[in-house]
Design a protein around this ligand. Structure first.
Ligand code: NAD
Length: 459
């Protein structure tokens, strides 16, 4: 079937299922969430194999960063589902006396989830968990750039969840475009901001609300008042230990002072040697670059004339294996491509400043990042960073791990995205909060009705 027909049929079938009321009861929602939990548990080996095929992702990363996060999202939703679904009583105003008032959560309808390749299992299933918990029917379009995971999801989901309400449509740009042309009740997109703009323009035609989970350049500021070895390990774990830097919240560049840079560099080099050995291209613990387009994009960033002599560690690559070694740059010019574009790979520029506070202006001169990190024991500096730096999320003394906390919203600001999810925020992302006022027939006020006479106001 042609892409447009597939998209239209998927939407129509799901619209009919949603209209039947099937997705609304808590029991249906819980059954789907339990199905996803079972899928994550029973299919762990298959999921890890797909992630290895797509990205050479190490088993530990596949399990800890993808499968276990899906599991904890499902468990959190199951635990809170009934509470989330309850209408919330609010005070009734004097002007509407006598009445009661409440905010009633209702599902939006049929939603579209378009996901990205870098965490192709997590980023596909996690938004679907929110959509199901909120009682919607959902079409999932996984990324074609991670084909093994995409086809595994298309195979597995109908076996574990209600396929009359939850459907996977595979494909690339043509198929996604055909889906975007349909009218949805919400579009949840994860990916780059260029396509984010395309998604938003399609959504505008139908006045469809969107969540855009985008990326950007996530800065890491390293003060001299730190536990250096811990800081270096955590920076490395958030960069190379997260899909070889192909993660939206991976450190993109580091800012430190000129005087502290040699110590930080030394510590990072030691940590990298320990993590990946003397020949990191052979390490089984380092994911590969997803495809040759991205490999060539990263090589071009490394080979740009003004930065190629700034490499102070690493620099090796293997086109056959699509692997690039962890690579550090010292003081790449701010107008180089590596400092202007999101890197999304294993390259890490370190920029030096005279005073650590100069980092604030440097970060704020760029588009707002998805995450910003500061390593410091100085509480005053931390407060200033929190107040002065705008980012989707922020961590002091670590990288990346805020996304594991279901009580924190996960999403961007400005160019790094709009809307958020995780935990309660996932439920909210796919829910309309309906204002309900329940009035009695008592409480008539004559002044409300024409003719408006002065006498009536004197009641
Ligand atoms: P991608 O290439 O997988 O694209 C994302 C989705 O958009 C895919 O499903 C793809 O089919 C679709 N798509 C691509 N081009 C399209 C087009 N022209 N028209 C319609 N649909 C199209 O992923 P990507 O964009 O390379 O992902 C990397 C980016 O995503 C980075 O910027 C990263 O920071 C960001 N990201 C953000 C998050 C987050 O949670 N905020 C998570 C992961 C990645």
């Amino acid at each position: 079937m042609e892409a447009v027909a597939v998209a239209a049929e998927a939407r129509e079938r799901l619209r009919a299922s949603f209209a039947s009321g099937r997705t609304r009861p808590a029991a249906w929602r819980a059954a789907q969430l339990r199905g996803l939990l079972r899928m994550a548990a029973e299919m762990e080996a298959e999921i890890c194999a797909a992630l290895r095929a797509d990205l050479a992702k190490p088993h530990t990363e596949s399990y800890v960063h993808e499968i276990s996060l899906v599991t904890s999202s499902c468990k959190f939703a199951l635990k809170n589902l009934k509470k989330w679904m309850q209408p919330k009583k609010v005070p009734a105003g004097v002007l509407t006396f006598p009445s009661t008032a409440r905010v009633t959560p209702e599902p939006l309808g049929v939603v579209l989830v378009v996901s990205a390749w870098n965490y192709p299992f997590l980023l596909a299933v996690d938004p679907v968990i929110g959509a199901i918990a909120a009682g919607n029917a959902v079409v999932l379009k996984p990324s074609e750039i991670a084909p093994a995971t995409s086809s595994l999801l298309a195979d597995l989901l109908p076996r574990y969840v209600d396929s009359s309400c939850i459907k996977v449509v595979e494909g690339g740009i043509a198929e996604t475009t055909a889906l975007l042309e349909q009218k949805w009740d919400k579009i949840f997109y994860t990916g780059n901001s260029k396509v984010g703009r395309i998604v938003m323009s399609f959504a505008a035609k139908h006045l469809t609300p969107v969540v855009l989970e985008l990326g950007g350049k996530c800065p890491v500021v390293v003060d001299s008042n730190v536990d250096l070895h811990v800081a270096a390990k955590r920076i490395a774990a958030g960069k190379w230990g997260c899909n070889s830097g192909q993660a939206c919240i991976s450190p993109d560049y580091v800012i430190t002072t000129k005087s502290f840079a040699p110590k930080l560099l030394d510590s990072l080099k030691k940590v990298l040697d320990k993590f990946y050995g003397k020949d990191p291209l052979r390490s089984e613990d380092l994911s590969r670059i997803v495809n040759s387009n991205h490999f060539n994009r990263l090589k071009a960033l490394m080979d740009e004339e003004m930065v190629s002599d700034k490499i102070v560690f690493g620099g090796q690559s293997d086109e056959q294996q699509l692997k690039i070694a962890p690579t550090l740059f010292l003081d790449a010019p701010l107008d180089s491509a590596i400092m202007k574009e999101e890197i999304f790979g294993p390259l890490l520029p370190i920029i030096t400043v005279d005073k650590i506070h100069e980092s604030f202006a440097l970060i704020n001169s760029m588009t707002k990042p998805l995450a910003a990190y500061l390593f410091s024991k100085d509480s005053k500096l931390k407060r200033q960073f929190e107040r002065n730096v705008s980012a989707g999320g922020m961590i002091f003394n670590d990288t990346g791990i805020h996304l594991t906390n279901q009580n924190l919203p996960f999403g961007g600001v400005g160019e790094s995205g709009m809307g958020a999810y995780h935990g309660t925020f996932s439920f909210d992302a796919f829910t309309h909060r309906k204002a309900v006022l329940d009035r009695s027939f008592l409480g008539e006020a004559k002044a409300r009705y024409p003719p408006y006479t002065r006498g009536k106001l004197k009641i």
